[in-house]
Ligand binder design. Structure first.
Ligand code: SME
Length: 167
């Protein structure tokens, strides 16, 4: 396993993703532990892409929630965050419920958005599947409005397919 990322942070976003994804694939190949892999992936995304907040919410069983499951905070990089999110709640819960990528240019205009940090202005959330059910979501938040686009969606979607190899 490589000990450091090789990323030229002066390159444009698409180029950085193209450099990053094979390195992430290298990081996770041969390591079966999910927490270790998610932790390294969040660190790699933070370092290469400079995201304000990036991390995972994992679907877990819960005796106290109405749906018997909820999203629980997993490995992340950035300011401390909400630990539990219900089915259909906020952008992450909507991604889980609708089983699709949520691209939110302005979080203040998203009904039910959960503000873990008032600095968050836009976000993208993507699902990873196991047995056709959402097993976890990747949440990326920006302190700028309208900071995510089809380029992020394209490459982060490729990343979710890599993540599905070990979850
Ligand atoms: N904003 C997210 C909650 C998670 S944090 O921002 C890290 C949401 O609405 O689901």
């Amino acid at each position: 396993m490589a000990e450091q990322l090789l990323i030229d942070t002066t390159q444009d976003k698409a180029t950085r993703y193209q450099l990053l994804l094979p390195q992430i694939e290298g990081l996770i190949t041969g390591e079966a532990d999910g927490v270790a892999n998610l932790a390294n992936i969040s660190a790699a995304l933070k370092e290469a892409m400079g995201f304000f907040w990036v991390g995972f919410y994992i679907v877990k069983n819960s005796a106290t929630s109405a749906s018997n499951q909820e999203l629980v905070l997993g490995p992340f990089q950035g300011p401390i965050a909400c630990t539990r999110i219900g089915f259909g709640k906020g952008v992450c819960g909507a991604c889980w419920k609708e089983k699709k990528v949520m691209l939110v240019p302005n979080v203040d205009e998203f009904p039910g958005h959960i503000a873990c940090s008032s600095a968050s202005k836009s976000e993208i959330v993507l699902p990873a599947f196991k047995n056709n059910e959402v097993a976890l979501v990747l949440d990326v938040d920006s302190d700028q409005l309208n900071d995510f686009d089809a380029v992020d969606e394209k490459y982060l979607t490729q990343l979710m397919r890599l993540i599905e190899r070990f979850i």
